[in-house]
Design a protein around this ligand. Structure first.
Ligand code: EPZ
Length: 421
């Protein structure tokens, strides 16, 4: 998908089912490498980041086949060799193959991982933690070579709750000799998903959903069946799109228990919410209220991945809102594009955006520069009067199965196409 054309100004109405979570699926797929048996990963989203992870798994020797409801991964014939470079550099989460392959093979050679251009994104915490588990690293011709003669459990403390570093430690620790105690672990629900899959394979992990994880490694792991939970970020994107269009929607399967900070923000914008067993019902106000402050922070705080979508809704707020980005420094790149639609956004310092709410946005030609910002531009297009064309939509494909289909189900006039240049 290259571009998305939106006829905006229509309040979203109706029901849409929320896809499986990208950020849960990717580490779980990497974790399938820790067994020598076939696993079935249900509700795996059909998105380009997942396809890229699957081609990496195939390049390592896994047999992968899609079924209607998920994907089978058979890692019994994995060859412990070097990984293809193209997929690795294009996707940051290829980094969790590091922990998984160190566990399985004791050695990895890979390109430095890429991903969205949303900040510096160093990997020092990953390297430091794995280093304490007996992994040595060197750089060779721009590639990262990791080796562990004896991978062993360790007592570790993360100075910042990095999601990826927590995942890498869990993956490596599951097959390491002895016990790993990880203090300062990330609390994101995607960590619970990774642990959930590994527990179903026979791993011993204690402290799930806490900052202190204890992993007893070295046990034989078995293939298993695991269902990927629904994507809280996709649900949040649709939720803010609804808030900004004054709509009324039911987000089926939305994991509301993991979305407290997001739901509180939507409520402070005037939305009426009802959480039910199987999703979130939301009724938006005619115009969103301004919010005093939205500050991104590690879970359970407000997710950086939804900052742009919240920014789009706040742009229409009845007054000024303050948005503070504390996780990724480049996450305000969407602001430039929102300004083309009439948003009044004033960057008052690093990571500080003062949003002067306007009564309406107007359609414009805007460019997606990264995944979540791109999805937020589509949401803004729905809120704006007239036609919006969002280009650069390959970024959106990385994480949204079919954003056009989903918004059409909610009554929006949206079409996906090839860009007119
Ligand atoms: C995960 O990225 C997600 N990606 C991101 O979602 C998400 O934005 C991020 O967590 C924060 O919630 C996946 O799960 C695949 P971090 P990750 O390590 O693991 C710094 C999306 O749009 N840091 O928690 O890379 C880092 O610079 C994506 O779906 C170090 O300094 O995030 C950042 O400021 C994009 N050194 C902060 O920690 C390190 O070694 C959070 O990073 C690692 C991280």
């Amino acid at each position: 998908m290259d571009s998305i054309h939106i006829q905006g100004g229509i309040a979203l109405q109706g029901k849409v089912r929320i896809q499986g979570s990208k950020n849960a699926a990717l580490p779980v797929l990497a974790a399938t490498l820790l067994t020598k048996e076939r696993s079935f990963i249900r509700n795996c989203p059909k998105i380009s980041d997942v396809y890229a992870m699957i081609s990496l798994l195939k390049s390592l020797g896994c047999t992968v086949s899609w079924e209607e409801d998920g994907v089978y991964v058979d890692p019994s014939r994995v060859q412990c060799g070097e990984m293809g470079s193209e997929e690795v550099t294009g996707m940051r989460s290829s980094l969790c193959l590091l922990g998984a392959l160190i566990g399985r093979c004791g050695r990895v050679v890979m390109e430095y991982p890429g991903g969205c251009v949303i900040g510096k994104r160093p990997i020092d915490l990953h390297l430091e933690a794995l280093g304490k588990m007996g992994v040595s690293f060197r750089e060779q011709e721009g590639r990262l070579c990791a080796e562990a003669r004896r991978l062993r459990g360790a007592r570790l403390r993360l100075p910042f709750p990095s999601v990826g570093a927590t995942e890498n430690v869990i993956l490596a620790a599951a097959l390491a000799e002895g016990e790993t105690v990880l203090e300062g672990a990330a609390l994101e629900p995607e960590i619970r998903a990774l642990c959930g899959y590994l527990l179903s394979c026979g791993a011993q992990i204690e402290g799930v959903d806490t900052k202190r994880l204890v992993i007893r490694g070295g046990r034989r792991l078995y293939g298993s069946e695991y269902r990927i939970p629904a994507d809280r970020i996709v649900a949040g994107t649709y939720l803010f799109a609804c808030v900004g269009t004054g709509g009324e929607v039911f987000l089926e399967e939305a994991p509301w228990e993991d979305m407290t900070a997001v739901l509180e923000t939507a409520e402070s914008m005037g939305a009426k919410l009802c959480t039910e067993q199987d999703g979130i019902y939301l009724q938006a106000p005619r115009r969103p209220g301004a919010v005093e402050r939205i500050q991104t922070s590690p879970y359970p705080g407000f997710p950086t991945d939804l900052q742009s979508a919240a920014l789009a809704a706040a742009a229409l707020g009845n007054g000024d809102s303050l948005i503070l980005e504390t996780i990724f420094e480049n996450r305000f790149r969407t602001a430039e594009e929102l300004r083309k639609m009439g948003a009044q956004l004033e960057e008052t310092g690093t990571g500080r955006m003062l949003v002067h709410g306007v009564e309406s946005l107007h359609g414009a030609r805007v460019e997606a520069k990264e995944l979540r910002g791109g999805a937020a531009l589509v949401a803004a297009g729905l809120m704006a009067r007239g036609e919006t064309v969002v280009t650069g939509c390959r970024f959106i494909d990385r994480g949204y199965e079919n954003i056009c289909r989903d918004f059409r189900e909610l009554g929006a006039r949206v079409s996906c196409g090839t860009s007119r240049r």
